[in-house]
Each structure stands twice: as structure tokens, then as C-alpha cells.
Design a protein around this ligand. Structure first.
Ligand code: FAD
Length: 485
């Protein structure tokens, strides 16, 4: 070992929720070891008010704090604000851009992802990932009359609902909205909220709040690599365009972006804008035009590209034999180990490659980033001490709770082929869909205040044969909790 290089038994890269959860867990498991947390962001994400709602469902608040606050809570964690530029895995050495080298026993990479943009470095295309990119979005929106949102996941869904005073054309490649999270039936339930006046009542929120203090830290950030935003990120943000209108949304289904055109290109191609809803502006020239794969052309002030993330693997790749998954993440086994010795990965950077339980799948979410961060710390310590460790229970069942269109939404998924669906819908109030296979509950989507999440989670986990009760499962007058107690 080179004596000039400082050695840490455990090093974690990344100040997002995965990295911080990993470092905190390592700190509690190994109070006598010094742990190094390296983060390119000046603020780190920490979870407070953690509460287990059901066995697999959790709620928590998310706070962005100055990175040194981790050291206060965990005295054996040292935090440095640096960008890792190279990994020499054969020597167990990490290099940071300032030329410093750190040697590790075990390393956990939690470097997250960056938005997958439809066009790189295009002046009219914005991606949303961290606080800074949201601020840029708000700034541009304040002078906008029309935006085009591309993508059909959580970010696009929340944006489209939150934006007011600006026309929104929502371009999605599926045949129903929000398809990353809900099925076409639930999408239909949400659809009526799209052009409705937004309720001014505020639901209780877990959103992290940004203060002037935060701005100071952000302004000093040199890397522009903040951690990803999290739950309810959009709930209290002022997302208002230039016009005096509430929601105005037009959805284009089954399309992708074919071409982006400048006003000159639009003109010289002899194109004209496609019909927009009557209430939309139609006699304006725009700074940018979008041609969709259905050949429709729309102008707008700017485009929001919300089409997923690309894992931040670049600095770690040169000279190392990582196996990379199809989505660009580091493949990890059931010990959160990558294919490079003593290198673990957690959160948005990794792609699980163990044999999944029937009711769990990976989604790049806060909850999973936290669970993976904690579990990877447990694995690092168990492996170091040559102890066995069982896959954590949180990987048994996928459960996620969020708010879309002001409705609380819970789903637990895992579909087979020959399944049976039961549905209960009360317009504008609740949408309940359950999936049965051989009489056993396999998944559920619950929208609204249904209070059924715990009962349904138990029914998925214990796999009771529900055939005799099937007819009554969704009857509103039956108290299922009492029934299955
Ligand atoms: P990140 O939070 O991206 O953190 C990565 C960290 O690594 C950062 O600190 C970065 O600075 C650091 N880093 C990167 N490269 C280097 C390097 N080379 N050297 C040193 N440090 C480096 N999830 C939900 O569950 N619910 C939601 O409602 C929700 N909404 C979202 C809304 C938006 C707009 C976005 C962008 C994401 C949302 N997500 C949501 C997803 C969730 O935020 C992510 O899954 C989660 O934050 C990922 O955490 P992470 O720690 O893996 O990565």
C-alpha cells in the first residue's frame, strides 16, 4: 500500500439519498472505523421523520443539508466535496479532480444519474434533475406562453399538472398518460384533472424546502451535479407562465420527437403548425418548433425533456471490467456488488441482476435508493466480516406511494399472464384496481384515500386464496381489514 495515500476501510461516492443512507448505516455498524463520503454536490440529502406505513411502504421527509451535517450526526464519517474522476479498481484507488488519491477496502458508488435529453446542449431543451435545473425551468417558464413536455413518467406527469398560465403540449409515446406508473384505466381517471382548475387547497407535503441558505451553497457549486429531486418536489413550486390561465393541456399520444427546427428551418421547409385546441394561441411565431413522428408540427418557447435518466458511470469505467446493464447502470448481485471486486453500487446508478421475487421490480425512486443504500452498507460490512447476509425484506414487494394530480396513489405490482382484474371507480374520488392470479392477489393500484394499502399488502404477501371472497373484495360497505383480521 502506498503510505502517502490515505486508506479508508469504506468509501462511499455520492451525496444523494443512496450515498448518505449507505454512509450513515456504515457509521452505525462500524463506529470504530473512519468512513469517507465523497460528493460532487455541496448539499447532501438526508431523510428525517422516517415512518413505516406498512411492512414495505414507508414515508419520510427529505432534507437537503450542507454536507458537513452528516459529520455532525455521524462523527466517524468524513465528508469531502470533490468530483471523482477516475477509479483504479485493481489498486483500490479513487482519484478526484484536484489530484488527490484515496485508497479503499470496499467502495460503494452512488453517483446517481443525469437526465436523458432528447437533444444535448440544445438552447431550447431543458432536463430536470436537481434544484438548479428546476430553478432554470421556473425562470424560463415565467416568460413562456407554450411549452412542450416530452416523456410519460413521474416528472412529466407532475410538471404537466403543476404548470399554470402556459399552454402545455404533452408528447407521449404510449397510448395513455403516466404509463410508467399507472395502467390505461387509471390514466383515464386522471385525464379529467388535466384541464380542470387546480385546487388551491394544499395537501400535506413531504417536499424538501429550499431556502436562501441553500441558494448560497448552490451558487458555490462548481460541478453542477446536484442530487436528484425527490418526493413532492413540485408541490410548492411556483410554476407559472406568462398567461392568466389555469391548466391548458393537449396530449399527443403514440409519438416521439422526429426533429427540432429553428424558425428559419421551419420557414424554409415550408411547414405550418398543426391544429391546436381552440383555446390555444395559433398566430404566433416561436423560437423553436418540434416535428413529431406523426408529422404534426408545434411551436413552443422551450421543450422539457423528461425521458428518464442515464446513470453517471463515466468516471469509473476506464480500465475496469464493470458489467453494464441495458439501461446503462452497473449490474449488481444480491449483495449489491458490481462485477468489479470490492466495488458495490446503490441507487439510480445500479441495475439489479439477481433473480427477482415475484412481486418486486426495480424503479429509480427515492424509496429504493434509500433501501439500497442501507442494504449495501450491510452487505459491505457482512462481506468484510465474512458473514452471511439474506436479501432484505424490502426487495420482496414493490410498493410506492405518491401524489399525482392531487390524488394519493399507492401501487404494488407484479403481473402474470392469465390474471383477473377487479375494479372499483368513483369518478373524481377513487380508483381501485386489483389483480388476481389463481385467486391470489398479485398487485393493486389504489388512487384516492382508500385506506386499503395495508390490507392489500398483506394479501399480496400472504397469498391467501381469495376465490371464496372474490365477489365482495371491492364492495364499499365491507370492512376488509376486519374481514381478514
Ligand atoms: P442522486 O440523488 O442523483 O445523487 C447522486 C450523487 O452523486 C450527487 O450527490 C452527485 O453530486 C454525486 N456524484 C455524481 N457523480 C459524482 C462523481 N463523479 N464524484 C463525486 N460525486 C458524484 N423518486 C420518488 O421516489 N418519488 C418522486 O416523487 C420522485 N420525483 C422525482 C422528481 C425529479 C424531478 C427527479 C429528477 C427524480 C425524482 N425521483 C423521485 C427519483 C429520485 O429522486 C431518485 O431515484 C433518487 O434521488 C436517486 O438517488 P441517488 O442517491 O441514487 O442519486
Amino acid at each position: 500500500m502506498d503510505s502517502k495515500i490515505k486508506f479508508y476501510k469504506f468509501i462511499v461516492v455520492g451525496g444523494g439519498i443512496a450515498g448518505v443512507s449507505c454512509a450513515e448505516k456504515l457509521s452505525s455498524l462500524c463506529p470504530d472505523d473512519e468512513i469517507l463520503l465523497i460528493s460532487a454536490s455541496t448539499l447532501v440529502k438526508t431523510i428525517t421523520n422516517y415512518r413505516k406505513i406498512t411492512k414495505t411502504l414507508e414515508s419520510f421527509d427529505v432534507e437537503e443539508r450542507p454536507m458537513l451535517s452528516v459529520e455532525t450526526g455521524c462523527p466517524n464519517v468524513k465528508v469531502v466535496h470533490k468530483y471523482v474522476s477516475l477509479l483504479e479498481a485493481d489498486k483500490h484507488i479513487l482519484h478526484t479532480v484536484d489530484g488527490t488519491e484515496y485508497q479503499y477496502g470496499k467502495l460503494c458508488i452512488c453517483s446517481g444519474g443525469k437526465p436523458k435529453l432528447i437533444a444535448k446542449d440544445h438552447p431550447y431543451v431543458l432536463g430536470i434533475r436537481d434544484t438548479q435545473s428546476v430553478k432554470e425551468f421556473q425562470k424560463q417558464l415565467s416568460t413562456a406562453r407554450r411549452i412542450i413536455v416530452v416523456g410519460n413518467g413521474g416528472i412529466a406527469t407532475e410538471l404537466v399538472y403543476e404548470v399554470e398560465g402556459c399552454e402545455v403540449i404533452w408528447a407521449i409515446k404510449h397510448k395513455s398518460i403516466s404509463s410508467t406508473f399507472v395502467d390505461p384505466g387509471a390514466a383515464q381517471f386522471f385525464l379529467s384533472s388535466l384541464n380542470k382548475e387546480k385546487s388551491k387547497e394544499e395537501a400535506p407535503s413531504k417536499r424538501l424546502k429550499y431556502t436562501l441558505e441553500d441558494d448560497k451553497y448552490l451558487a458555490s457549486s462548481t460541478t453542477k451535479l446536484g442530487g436528484a429531486l425527490g418526493p413532492d418536489w413540485s408541490a410548492h413550486l411556483h410554476m407559472t407562465g406568462l398567461m392568466q390561465t389555469s391548466h391548458q393541456v393537449h396530449v399527443e399520444y403514440l409519438v416521439e420527437i422526429q426533429k427540432l427546427l429553428s424558425p428559419e428551418e421551419f420557414e424554409s421547409a415550408g411547414l405550418s403548425e398543426s391544429c391546436v385546441p381552440e383555446s390555444f394561441i395559433c398566430d404566433k411565431s416561436w423560437p423553436v418548433y418540434v416535428q413529431l413522428t406523426n408529422d404534426k408540427v408545434y411551436g413552443c418557447d422551450f421543450i422539457v425533456s423528461a425521458t428518464g435518466v442515464t446513470p453517471n458511470t463515466d468516471p469509473f469505467l476506464t480500465g475496469n471490467q464493470f458489467t453494464i446493464a441495458e439501461d446503462g447502470g452497473f449490474k449488481v448481485n444480491d449483495h449489491m456488488q458490481t462485477t468489479v471486486q470490492d466495488v458495490y453500487a446503490a441507487g439510480d446508478i445500479c441495475t439489479v441482476s439477481w433473480e427477482l421475487s415475484q412481486h418486486w421490480f426495480q424503479m429509480k425512486l427515492w424509496s429504493q435508493a434509500r433501501q439500497m443504500g442501507v442494504y449495501s452498507a450491510m452487505c459491505m460490512v457482512a462481506d468484510d466480516q465474512k458473514e452471511d447476509i439474506q436479501l432484505d425484506f424490502c426487495f420482496e414487494l414493490f410498493a410506492h406511494c405518491t401524489n399525482f394530480f392531487n390524488y394519493k396513489r399507492f401501487n404494488a405490482q407484479g403481473l402474470g399472464n392469465d390474471y383477473e382484474l377487479l375494479l372499483r371507480v368513483t369518478k373524481d374520488l377513487e380508483y381501485i384496481k386489483v389483480v388476481l392470479q389463481n385467486g391470489r392477489l398479485q398487485g393493486a393500484i389504489l388512487i384516492g384515500e382508500t385506506d386499503l394499502e395495508e390490507t392489500f399488502e398483506n394479501l399480496i404477501l400472504n397469498q391467501i386464496d381469495l376465490t371464496p371472497f372474490k365477489e365482495h373484495l371491492l364492495e364499499p360497505n365491507i370492512d376488509l381489514e376486519d374481514f381478514f383480521d
